[in-house]
Design a protein around this ligand. Structure first.
Ligand SMILES: NC(=O)c1ccc[n+]([C@@H]2O[C@H](COP(=O)([O-])OP(=O)(O)OC[C@H]3O[C@@H](n4cnc5c(N)ncnc54)[C@H](O)[C@@H]3O)[C@@H](O)[C@H]2O)c1
Length: 252
């Protein structure tokens, strides 16, 4: 059993706390800039930090960021410089090339690692081939307008078409999938976002093509009841990363 801390005590943070025992980790510290949220989910014996400095002082092997892109910007480097591994859920933050470089430097210099979980999709493992092979990749995300913060929109409408780097700025809470795919493939991928009032699940359609063949991945994610912007699969993917982190056989 190894020790972890969590930044961000919303849907995903809560899910990790509730399932820590199943994946052989002990949550020793949690931090949220809204203290009551951290208090709300705190397990027995866990430090509810009042500020980030208090959080980071805790003895832990790994920190899970389940908060926001801002949290990655504010705390990412400090976590890595303290020698702790970091799981980044708000992967959109790492499309900022300067921040990404600074975080890689911090990790290299302090023997720590940055993990990006599969999140709300599948296929990141093998799509890494696009870093060294020619090929095309694109993502179409279809969500209910409410999940995109467009309460009044009815029917079906393309609300974004462009590159992942622009998409994460316009839809920071929704489009970490585009960011993770870009980071995995080393490209600023093409993204289309569709608002459709007839869908309730979050749908991601990944298409890739190259000498290797044709890849079609369609995912229909169930949402968290309390936070329709987040997919249940995303939280589960952190649990699976935590569970397999120290495996001798690394799969995928
Ligand atoms: N990679 C993926 O596929 C994927 C999928 C789903 C969610 N996400 C991302 O994961 C993150 C967490 O998702 P969630 O559904 O649990 O969100 P949530 O809104 O339910 O909870 C986030 C919590 O983090 C706290 N927080 C935000 N910024 C903070 C900061 N700078 N310092 C301290 N606390 C801060 C908030 O107060 C809130 O309690 C979001 O950024 C979301 O976009 C990524």
């Amino acid at each position: 059993m190894y020790k972890i801390g969590i930044i961000g005590c919303g849907s995903i943070g809560r899910m990790i706390v509730e399932n820590a025992g199943h994946v052989d980790v002990k949550v020793v510290a949690i931090y949220d800039d809204i203290l009551s949220r951290a208090k709300d989910i705190s397990p027995d014996g866990c430090t509810v930090a009042k500020n980030f400095e208090e959080f980071l002082r805790e003895d832990m092997d790994l920190v899970v960021e389940a908060a926001s892109q801002e949290a990655v910007q504010e705390y990412g480097k400090a976590v890595l410089k303290s020698g702790k591994d970091l799981i980044v859920m708000s992967s959109g933050a790492l499309l900022d090339c300067q921040l990404k470089k600074e975080m890689i430097d911090a990790a290299e210099g302090h023997n720590s690692n940055i993990f990006i979980p599969s999140g709300a999709i599948l296929g990141l493992d093998n799509l890494k081939i696009l870093r060294f092979m020619d090929g095309d990749i694109s993502l179409k995300t279809i969500k209910n307008p409410k999940s995109l913060g467009m309460e009044d929109l009815t029917g079906k409408k393309v609300v974004f078409k462009g590159k992942a780097t622009e998409a994460v700025k316009k839809f920071p809470f929704n489009i970490n999938v585009a960011a993770s795919l870009s980071l995995a493939t080393g490209r600023d991928i093409d993204v289309e976002i569709v608002a459709d009032s007839d869908v309730s699940d979050n749908i991601h359609q990944i298409r890739a093509r190259g000498e290797f063949g044709k890849i079609t991945i369609d995912i229909e994610n169930s949402k968290f009841p309390k936070n329709p912007k987040t997919s249940y699969l995303a939280a589960l993917s952190i649990l699976s990363l935590l569970k397999t982190r120290n495996d001798q056989i690394k799969i995928g």
